[in-house]
Design a protein around this ligand. Structure first.
Ligand code: SF4
Length: 354
């Protein structure tokens, strides 16, 4: 007869196998009475939304070096924060990050609420993030279900209903296992198990603390779970991007509107994005279509931007955007799609279109 999955067995595994993460207080330090800094937990959880641990580490370390506390972040310059966020994607998160830091400082004396309901009232914190912060930072017995946890639960309980329809039953399974003690460690332990042992393609069942209890392993279907409903094909949108370089080396850039995709980020002026975009050069110039496209995939669509370049003189008077001196321009502050445009344009400038 199969055993039941025991949260204590997982916690014992976590005590020796916990990942070393820069925002984490490991199990030994937690047992010694150390608490995680809610600011660091919150920052890491916001950064980790839709992003991997590997991608987040460097950003997290830079952010916490620049802004060690929520008060520091709340007082930060918006453009600098957006610039530091560039490349992480989902830029609404960065705008909400600032909003949230300012609310925490203004309305909560710089202290994050210590429960899910209070956290959910803050900008940019949805049910998952609130549960994760409440569990990890405040040891609340919240049910925390991310992609890793979904995979572990689907396998452990042999849940074959495809996602997303399986979400409620997966959540119920996760809730059933969540312990009242060491809830924060437990939440992180399931995530670590999913990230390091119960991995998407080849679960290492032989070293899993829940091996004897795992229904998916027993029936031989673990590696195929969770089942997923077929994805809808993403539509394609087209657009034009314009990269102008002035004779003194300054670049013509514009800050995008606060709302909408890439809101508040620095970028190259361009057309609308759709099936039949209307060319919209931002300044009168001899524009050259360099014949290559910057390609990028957003959550809901693929984008192809035709890149146009122009060398302009000092008299150039743009209708949109402003010239940024080359010394003040940091390509790393561009969102990824705009960085791709820049890389293509720079090659075209360097080769003179040969
Ligand atoms: Fe995942 Fe295998 Fe552990 Fe089951 S036994 S939870 S499939 S690693």
């Amino acid at each position: 007869m199969r055993e039941y999955a025991d949260p204590d067995a997982l916690l014992a595994w976590y005590d020796t196998h916990a990942r070393n993460l820069p925002w984490r207080v490991g199990p030994r330090d937690r047992a010694a009475g150390l608490w995680p800094d809610p600011y660091r937990v919150w920052l890491s959880e916001v950064m980790l939304q839709q992003t991997t641990v590997a991608a987040v580490r460097g950003y997290f370390e830079r952010f916490t070096a620049l802004w060690p506390t929520v008060a520091d972040l709340s007082a930060a310059d918006d453009a600098q924060v957006m610039g530091e966020w560039a490349g992480l994607g989902y830029y609404a998160r960065a705008r909400n990050l600032l909003k949230c830091a300012r609310v925490v400082v203004a309305d909560h004396a710089g202290c994050f609420p210590d429960n899910r309901e209070g956290l959910m009232a803050l900008p940019g914190i949805g049910p998952y993030t609130a549960a994760a912060i409440a569990a990890i930072a405040f040891d609340r017995p919240e049910v925390v279900v991310d992609g890793n946890v979904e995979r572990v639960m689907a396998r452990l309980w042999d849940i074959r209903t495809p996602l997303p329809a399986a979400k409620p039953v997966i959540r119920a399974a996760a809730a059933w296992l969540t312990p009242a003690d060491r809830s924060g460690d437990y939440a992180q332990a399931v995530m670590d198990l999913g990230a390091t042992v119960c991995t998407p393609r080849a679960p290492a069942c032989g070293v899993c603390p829940w091996m004897a209890a795992c229904a998916g392993r027993a029936t031989g279907v673990a590696a195929d779970l969770p089942a997923k409903a077929p994805k809808k094909a993403k539509p394609l949108r087209l657009g034009h991007a314009y990269v102008a370089r002035r004779s003194d080396g300054a670049w013509l850039l514009e800050r995008r509107a606060e709302s909408g995709l890439l809101g508040g980020m620095l970028g190259w002026p361009g057309s609308d994005w759709g099936m039949d975009p209307v060319p919209a050069p931002p300044v009168a110039a001899h524009w050259r279509d360099i014949g290559v496209e910057a390609r990028h995939t957003f959550t809901h669509f693929h984008l192809r931007l035709r890149v146009h370049v122009a060398e302009v003189g000092h008299e150039a008077a743009p209708e949109r955007g402003d010239f940024l001196p080359s010394a003040a321009f940091r390509p790393s502050e561009l969102p990824t799609v705009m960085r791709k445009v820049f890389d293509l344009a720079r090659t075209a400038f360097d080769t003179g279109g040969q």
